[in-house]
Design a protein around this ligand. Structure first.
Ligand code: ZN
Length: 657
C-alpha cells in the first residue's frame, strides 16, 4: 500500500484542521481503505470561545461527507468535555446519543457528527484515523481471524470483538483501550469492521494507518492469498438486452418502483460469478456491516427474483421479532445479482446508487476471494447483520429520505441528442431523474456530459447494426428502456419536385422515416418490458399538418413517420406503450440556424430577425427547451391516459389552426 504523504503538499496546510483535511483526503483516495462515505477521522483542538474561555473541541467527520473530497466545513466541532462525560454512562440509546452530539456542537450549521464520535473522543491522541481497509477486513472475516491479527500485529494494536457501531462500541473500545494498550500501541483492530490508527501529528496517524494495512496486505501475499483470478478470455457476448430488461422488470416489481440495473461483464466479475463454489462463498454475508445498508445481506444468485424475495422475507421474519421496536420490511428486492452470463448486476434507484453498489461489491469480491484462499470467508451471524440493516438510525434516515424525482430508476433514449431539440430533451429527462442514452452521428456525443446517468453513443441511425449495438450498450449500462424520443432528422435545402433528385429523396426518407421504423421495431421488446409501461415521443413537424413548397422529401418523410406512429399506437396499446407526437415549428436555437441564415431568411420575408422568430399567433419565440419540456411531460403522468395525440408547439400557426 502506497504512502501518499507529500511534504511539499503538506506544507500548504499550516494548521491542525487543514492537515486533518489533507490526510483525510489521502485516505479517501485509496478505495481499498474507504469507500463512499465510509471511514472517519478526527482532530482534537484547543481553542477559545466567544467569551475567551479555552475549550477542547473534537473536529470529527460529519455525515454526508466523503473522506476523498472533505473540506474543513465537513468536520463537526463537538465539545470534548461533554463527550468524555457521555463516555462514562452505562448505556445511551443511539437516537439519544445522536441528539447529544448535535446539541453539543459549536457551529449550528455543521453536519451531523459521525456515530463513531464518542469513540474518537475517548482515544487519547490528537489525530485519529479510521478506515474499513479491505486487507484487515479480509483477515478478520476468517475462522481464526483474531489469532491471525494477533500474529501479524503483536501488541501494537488493541483487538476489539465485533459490536455494532454506536454507543456500546465506543464504550467497549474505551474500556479495552484503557486496559490493554501499552507504550507500543499504535492502532486498534475492530473485528469484522475495520481499523483505527492514531498519533500526535496528522502524519504520524496517517503513516501508522498505511503501515498497519500494508502489514495485512503483506501477510495475505505471504499466505498466497493476494491474487484475484480473472476470467481468462471473455467471449464476445451474445445479445443480452432482452434478458437484462426482463430481469429489471422483475426486480422493479419486487422493489415497488422502477430500478436501474447495471450489468458488469468484465473479466473479474465474470470469473467470480462463474466460480464453482459461488453458491457457498457469496452466501455467507457482507464483508462489513458498513456495506449492508446498501448491498443488502446477500446477493441474488441467478435470475430467480421470486426466490430471492421469499428468502429475504423469511430472513426478516426470523430476525424481526427480536428487535426492540416493531419493524416493517424494507423492499425485499435484491441490490446485487450474480449470474454466469450477466456477470455482476447492481441495482439502484439511480445510476449513482447502482454504481456505488457495484464498487462496493468489487471490493467484496477481493475480500471474499482472499479470505476463501486463506481458509474460508466468514461473515457475521445474520442477527448482527439484521441489527445494522434495521438500525433505528438508518431507519430514521430512510424515513426522512426525500421524494424521488419523477423518472427515478427509468431510462430514456434520445436520437439526435448532440444538439438542438435532442440535447434539450436530454436535459429535461436528466432533470426529471431519468438515465439517458443519447445517440448522435457527431462523435462529440460521447463527451457531451461526464456524469454516470448519461451514456453518449456515436451512432448512424441508418445503420441497423449500429442501432442494435447501441441498444446492447445502453441496456447493459442501465438495465432497459422506458422512454424513446425519436428526434434525429435532416432538413435538406429547399428544392421543388421537378428538380428533386431520387438520391436526395431516398437520403431524407432513410434518415427521417426508415431509421425510425428500425428504432421502433428494435426498441419494442424493451419498451414492452418497462416496469411503468413504455412511452414513445415523436418529434414531428408543423409540416405534417401544413406542408410548405420546396420541402417535399422532408414533409413526406415526417408525414410518413406521423402515420407510422398512429399505427404503432394501435398495435402497441395492448402492451401499455403510448406514442404521442409533437409538431414544433420555427425553433431557431439549433445548430442549423446560424445568425447569417436567420438574417437572410428574415430579409427574404421583409421582416426583422425578431419579427421572423416570433411570426406566429401568440407572437412568442419557440425554443428547443419548450419542445423538450413538452416531450418530457408526454412521458410523464400528465399523458398517462393519452396515446396517438399530436400537439403543436409553434406559438399558434394560422394554417394549422
Ligand atoms: Zn467504521
Amino acid at each position: 500500500m502506497e504512502n501518499l504523504w507529500n511534504d511539499k503538499e503538506a506544507a500548504q496546510y499550516p494548521d491542525d484542521l487543514d492537515l486533518r483535511v489533507y490526510t483525510s483526503r489521502l485516505l479517501g483516495r485509496d478505495k481499498s481503505l474507504v469507500l463512499h462515505g465510509g471511514g472517519n477521522t478526527s482532530v482534537k483542538i484547543r481553542q477559545k470561545n466567544l467569551l475567551g474561555e479555552e475549550q477542547d473541541i473534537l473536529y470529527v467527520k460529519g455525515s454526508g461527507w466523503d473522506l476523498e473530497t472533505i473540506e474543513e466545513g465537513g468536520f463537526a466541532p463537538v465539545r470534548m468535555a461533554h463527550l468524555l462525560k457521555l463516555a462514562e454512562l452505562d448505556t445511551l440509546p443511539d437516537p439519544q446519543m445522536v441528539n447529544e452530539l448535535l446539541t453539543h456542537m459549536t457551529r449550528a450549521s455543521a453536519p451531523a457528527p459521525s456515530v463513531e464520535t464518542i469513540l474518537h473522543a475517548t482515544l487519547p491522541y490528537k489525530f485519529v484515523d479510521h478506515t474499513h481497509a479491505d486487507a484487515v477486513v479480509t483477515i478478520t472475516n476468517t475462522a481464526d481471524g483474531e489469532a491471525r491479527i494477533r500474529e501479524i500485529y503483536g501488541n501494537s494494536v488493541v483487538v476489539i470483538p465485533y459490536v455494532m457501531p454506536g454507543f456500546d462500541l465506543a464504550r467497549l473500545c474505551a474500556q479495552k483501550f484503557a486496559a490493554e494498550s501499552t507504550a507500543d500501541t499504535v492502532g486498534m483492530v475492530l473485528l469484522n469492521h475495520g481499523i483505527f490508527s492514531f498519533g500526535d501529528s496528522a502524519k504520524l496517524a496517517y503513516d501508522r494507518m498505511i503501515e498497519l494495512v500494508s502489514k495485512a496486505e503483506q501477510y495475505l501475499a505471504q499466505q498466497g492469498a493476494w491474487e484475484i483470478p480473472a476470467a481468462a478470455a471473455v467471449p464476445s457476448a451474445p445479445a443480452l438486452r432482452g434478458e437484462i430488461a426482463a430481469l429489471r422488470r422483475e426486480v422493479s416489481a419486487a422493489a415497488g418502483f422502477p430500478v436501474i440495473v447495471s450489468s458488469h461483464r468484465d473479466a473479474k466479475s465474470l470469473a467470480f460469478a462463474r466460480r464453482d463454489d459461488i453458491a457457498t462463498v457469496s452466501q455467507q454475508g457482507p464483508a462489513t456491516p458498513d456495506h449492508v445498508i446498501r448491498t443488502k445481506r446477500l446477493p441474488q444468485l441467478g435470475r430467480d427474483v421470486a426466490g430471492y424475495v421469499a428468502s429475504y422475507k423469511s430472513y426478516f421474519e426470523a430476525q424481526a421479532p427480536h428487535a426492540k421496536t416493531p419493524l416493517t420490511i424494507l423492499d425485499p428486492a435484491p441490490r446485487l445479482i450474480l449470474d454466469p452470463q450477466l456477470g455482476l448486476c447492481s441495482v439502484g434507484r439511480s445510476v449513482k446508487d447502482a454504481a456505488i453498489i457495484s464498487e462496493i461489491y468489487d471490493h467484496t469480491i477481493d475480500i471474499i476471494t482472499r479470505a476463501t484462499t486463506l481458509g474460508g470467508f466468514r461473515a457475521l451471524p445474520a442477527k448482527d447483520i439484521f441489527d445494522v440493516e434495521y438500525w433505528d438510525l438508518e431507519q430514521a434516515k430512510l424515513r426522512k429520505g426525500g421524494k424521488a424525482p419523477a423518472f427515478a430508476g427509468e431510462v430514456a433514449l434520445v436520437t439526435g441528442a448532440g444538439s438542438g431539440i435532442g440535447k434539450a430533451c436530454v436535459d429535461s429527462l436528466l432533470a426529471r431523474g431519468a438515465a439517458v442514452i443519447g445517440l448522435d452521428i457527431d462523435p462529440q456525443i460521447t463527451t457531451l456530459y461526464s456524469r454516470p446517468d448519461f451514456l453518449g453513443i456515436c451512432c448512424d441511425i441508418t445503420d441497423e447494426t449500429a442501432i442494435v449495438a447501441a441498444l446492447e450498450a445502453g441496456v447493459s449500462a442501465f438495465g432497459g428502456l422506458d422512454m424513446l424520443i425519436l428526434n434525429a432528422g435532416i432538413f435538406p435545402g429547399g428544392c421543388r419536385i421537378e428538380s428533386l433528385a431520387s438520391s436526395e429523396w431516398r437520403k431524407v426518407m432513410n434518415v427521417n422515416l426508415d431509421a425510425n421504423l428500425v428504432l421502433m421495431r428494435e426498441c419494442h421488446p424493451l419498451l414492452k418490458a418497462a416496469p411503468n409501461s413504455g412511452r414513445v415521443v415523436i418529434i414531428g413537424s408543423k409540416n405534417v399538418p401544413a406542408p410548405g413548397p420546396g420541402a417535399a422529401s422532408y414533409s413526406a418523410a415526417k408525414a410518413g413517420l406521423n402515420q407510422l406512429a398512429r399505427v404503432a399506437a394501435l398495435e402497441w396499446g395492448g402492451d401499455g406503450i403510448r406514442i404521442n407526437s409533437l409538431h414544433p415549428n420555427a425553433v431557431f436555437d439549433t445548430a442549423i440556424w446560424t445568425e447569417e441564415v436567420l438574417a437572410s431568411r428574415a430579409k427574404h420575408y421583409g421582416l426583422t430577425v425578431e419579427e421572423y422568430k416570433t411570426n406566429n399567433v401568440l407572437k412568442v419565440e419557440v425554443r428547443s427547451r419548450d419542445v423538450a419540456e413538452l416531450a418530457a411531460e408526454m412521458c410523464g403522468p400528465l399523458f398517462a391516459k393519452t396515446t396517438a395525440s399530436q400537439v403543436p408547439v409553434d406559438g399558434g400557426n394560422e394554417r394549422v389552426i
